[in-house]
Design a protein around this ligand. Structure first.
Ligand code: HAM
Length: 422
């Protein structure tokens, strides 16, 4: 009986050659920008004790109430695949006392995240994020540094059409004053029980409701922006003027609510208009109470998560990625058995000198070997037969033009020749 073919689980994003090189390019550029701004790698487990997320992210959120992959491990502990990165980073910062050293603690991470959402274009059950977190100070300068790292990375990728929405969710004083009026406003609405329950957990959630009837009910709701304490308003004004000073365009959107409960103060979202319903390419904000709620000190922090899958989709929609990314330098096509052994040693030497190269395997003859060279995307190709071994001379062909750029080159000079053209 023939086994049926396995398929990947529903709704996961997968990357394989040749397009995986674009994924890698986008992810690495996002990471590079974080490193450039002084952030250091933190590598964490993809699963945590469930309570890290229920307490950290909040029970009123869709992420916690509907989308977590939660299971009991063999020791009977409740474990959850990480739906986002910030709560786990805070857990690690507290556990390993990173907050007791130099502040701010500036960390970056990348990897897979898991949310049991209904799959659609740009919305996956396993997706990839690059994130940063800056913990320890609440200077407006840090808010803008975080936003600028993302903005700068998007620009460097060549993206032009993205937008940035910002708002302030204020400090606890602002939120308390607003919450009182918002709860009163909501108590006069005719809501179904599930929605009312969500509102009881976090009344701000109703601003995030996608249903038209709720949107219209909420159109006159009091806005947090009108309740900002002097301190919060000053902080937000400073953020705006710092963004202006860096020529970063933004829109203030007082109705923006992020999908996670830990946010306070400055929050932001980047959207891309060519991505349809799943237009959020990244977002983040400040989270003043998160560390405390996970049992740590009361330090403030701010960060972002950028959706690598969606940023890649945006780059494809704007056609802004380079057509050739990081090609190998040289492909060697040996056409006899002796040439194969010779080439095998040669590529090892070339690789040890830092030259990216590969060779044809199998006994395919000249035509097959050149086809392999073509497919490899290499910049240069080199055919090696018995003559080349005897004379020690070879010809380097530039694959894009088909021109021979070096005839009768000493094989021993290959390293210096290709090293220069790197
Ligand atoms: P988030 O807005 O939930 O924030 O996710 C950040 C980004 O991840 C989104 O803007 C989107 O690009 C991508 N994303 C989220 N869910 C999916 C999905 N199902 N499929 C594909 N992409 C998705 C956070 O996760 C926060 N931890 C960000 C943060 C860091 N805030 C402060 N520090």
């Amino acid at each position: 009986m023939k086994l049926s073919k396995f398929q990947a689980p529903k709704g996961v994003s997968e990357y394989f050659p040749p397009s995986s090189i674009q994924f890698e390019y986008v992810r690495d550029l996002l990471l590079q920008k974080a490193k450039n701004a002084g952030y250091s790698l933190i590598e964490l487990p993809v699963f945590e004790e469930t309570e890290v997320f229920t307490r950290g992210v909040g029970e009123s959120t869709d992420v916690v109430s509907k989308e977590m992959y939660t299971f009991e491990d063999r020791g009977g502990r409740s474990i959850t695949l990480r739906p986002e990165g910030t709560a786990g980073v805070m857990r690690a910062v507290i556990e390993h006392n990173l907050d007791k050293g130099q502040l701010p603690v500036k960390l970056f991470y990348s990897g897979a995240f898991f949310r049991a959402e209904r799959p659609q274009a740009g919305r996956y059950r396993q997706f990839y994020q690059v994130g940063i977190e800056a913990i320890g100070y609440d200077d407006p300068e840090i808010d803008v540094e975080v936003i600028a790292v993302a903005e700068n990375a998007f620009r460097e990728l060549g993206l032009k059409q993205f937008t940035l929405n910002i708002t302030s969710l204020g400090d606890s004083k602002s939120r308390e004053a607003h919450r009182k009026d918002l709860v009163k406003f909501i108590s006069n609405l005719n809501l179904d029980e599930a929605t009312a329950q969500r509102a009881r957990l976090n009344p701000l959630r109703l601003f995030d409701d996608k249903r038209e009837e709720i949107k219209s009910l909420m159109s006159d709701a009091p806005l947090l922006m009108d309740y900002l304490s002097d301190e919060s308003a000053n902080h937000f004004n400073k953020v705006k003027s710092l963004l202006d000073s860096l020529n970063i365009s933004y829109q203030v959107n007082p109705r923006m609510v992020r999908g996670l409960d830990y946010y306070t103060g400055t929050t932001f979202e980047f959207d891309h208009p060519l991505l349809g319903a799943q237009s959020g390419i990244g977002g983040g904000g400040r989270y003043d109470g998160l560390m405390g709620s996970l049992g740590g000190s009361d330090l403030s922090g701010i960060g972002f998560g950028l959706g690598v899958d969606r940023v890649l989709m945006a780059c494809n929609a704007e056609k802004c990625l380079p057509t050739v990314i990081d090609p190998i330098n040289l492909f060697i096509a040996p056409i006899t058995q002796a040439a194969k052994s010779f080439s095998f040693k040669l590529i090892s030497e070339l690789r040890n000198s830092g030259i990216r190269c590969d060779m044809a395997y199998g006994d395919r003859g000249l035509k097959g070997a050149m086809k392999a060279a073509d497919k490899s995307g290499a910049i240069f190709a080199l055919v090696i037969g018995d003559d080349e071994i005897t004379t020690g001379k070879c010809e380097i062909k530039e694959m894009s033009s088909g021109n021979i750029i070096s005839s009768k080159l000493d094989v021993s000079d290959l390293i210096s020749k290709l090293g220069n053209s790197n």
